[in-house]
Design a protein around this ligand. Sequence first.
Ligand SMILES: Cc1cc2nc3c(=O)[nH]c(=O)nc-3n(C[C@H](O)[C@H](O)[C@H](O)COP(=O)(O)OP(=O)(O)OC[C@H]3O[C@@H](n4cnc5c(N)ncnc54)[C@H](O)[C@@H]3O)c2cc1C
Length: 500
Amino acid sequence: MRKRETTSDVFLIGAGIMSATLGTLLKELVPEWKITVFEKLSKTGEESSNEWNNAGTGHAALCELNYTVEKPDGSVDISKAIKINEQFQISMQFWSYLVKNRLIHNPQDFIMPLPHMSLVQGEQNIEFLKKRFEALTNNPLFQGMEFSEDPKKLMEWIPLIMQDRSTDEPIAATKIDSGTDVNFGALTRMLFAHLESKDVQLNHNHSVLDIKRTNDGLWKLKVRNLESGMVEHHTAKFVFIGGGGGSLHLLQKSGIPEGKHIGGFPVSGIFMVCNNPAVVEQHHAKVYGKAKVGAPPMSVPHLDTRFIDNKKSLLFGPFAGFSPKFLKTGSVFDLVTSVKPYNLLTMLAAGAKEMSLTKYLIQQVMLSKEQRMEELREFIPNAKSEDWDLVVAGQRVQVIKDTEVGGKGTLQFGTEVITAEDGSIAALLGASPGASTAVHVMLEIMKKCFPQHINEWEPKIKEMIPSYGLSLMENPDLLRRIHHSTAETLGLTEKEPVFS
Ligand SMILES: Cc1cc2nc3c(=O)[nH]c(=O)nc-3n(C[C@H](O)[C@H](O)[C@H](O)COP(=O)(O)OP(=O)(O)OC[C@H]3O[C@@H](n4cnc5c(N)ncnc54)[C@H](O)[C@@H]3O)c2cc1C
């Protein structure tokens, strides 16, 4: 059999939301470029981007309390919330462009309107929530947010949470109706179906084993075809490593100096899913609480209505956990083999610093179902064990790196883009705020990796994303127009959906 060897302009490694987004942007800007995708699984969007592997929150900082921190002087810093909201508006505009231009269809299959709420208990937390509300509510990005500590109002908003609540502890919530539930799995599949219709070659069952630079500055991938068992070699000018948890190993294989001194620490997620339709029907919101003391930001508990396969579901979690795998379908050796001589000190420093996190994760893994139910009962006081099942979600590999502020081996909870100096290869590491900000992150990669084209691409980018290069907060008229048009195109104007 002849060895398969191909050349392309662009390789996308991994068929998750990130590669899907970058591929779609590039196809609109330079349709003549040849793009090839390698995915080791037999289907598209099966790891973190899959609908059951993430929480499906359109992260716009409407309800996530960890994006607004209390400063030592008692005021609330909303700068991170503004940044994330602006980034989500970029995603909304791009998705809206794709629907309007019939490149993808049926937006209700991937995005649904859903109130976003923050819920807290106790005087001190209520004080914080009130201050947060006051800081956000005058900002155009957060208009429409309501605050209440009136049990009658809260009963209207969240009956499932309020009924049978016996404690006298005060409780308060904020609510904003412009939130969303996003099925990132469905969106990933739609984007790849569109890309395949534009001659992008999507190779499933193809695992990238190695990445090496050739003498003429191109990148050569060694790929195993998992169906035939053959090893193939493919060459391209630009490589995007969108391997999710698999990205760190691939970045290390590329040998670029920017990938050194970086490590990864996997945190797994578990949700509880409600199997009783009568309970599911009583809730209609994403309700985010406050993280427990010592818990990492990604394990903030939330009770979420989800829309998956045109069906309403109810999920609670995520409970964090520890597994040495970097992907749900990864290997138990992933963590160990990611430690190299050049990141050993960074990893050791993180190990020493993050003992309390490790202890927290081990405690979380040891929780019995009944202990998890007790945490759920802080949200739904009369939750019954038989109504809830456990589902294992995706793996998040948190980046560990040396920073000026945190010092050696600092654990990062955000997203990190690593690019080679010449822009010929880029990798995406980390997981938060994740899929919601995919369009913003991919535009950043394009700016860094294609500086020679970005000016020429700008008019088309502005056609797709009218707020590109502008702050929506500072342009409230543009924000209003964009809100109106994206809501209309994406079908986000109606209230509760009715499923047949
Ligand atoms: C529990 C949990 C909850 C989350 N909640 C949210 C949320 O509410 N909102 C939000 O916006 N984000 C959320 N996220 C984050 C979001 O899911 C991720 O940021 C996003 O899905 C990452 O997409 P990706 O394309 O980078 O990776 P993935 O979707 O993981 O795709 C990577 C792909 O690369 C493939 N691959 C890996 N290695 C190789 C290789 N060597 N060769 C070929 N293919 C390879 C994998 O098989 C996989 O298909 C959550 C994540 C988790 C785990």
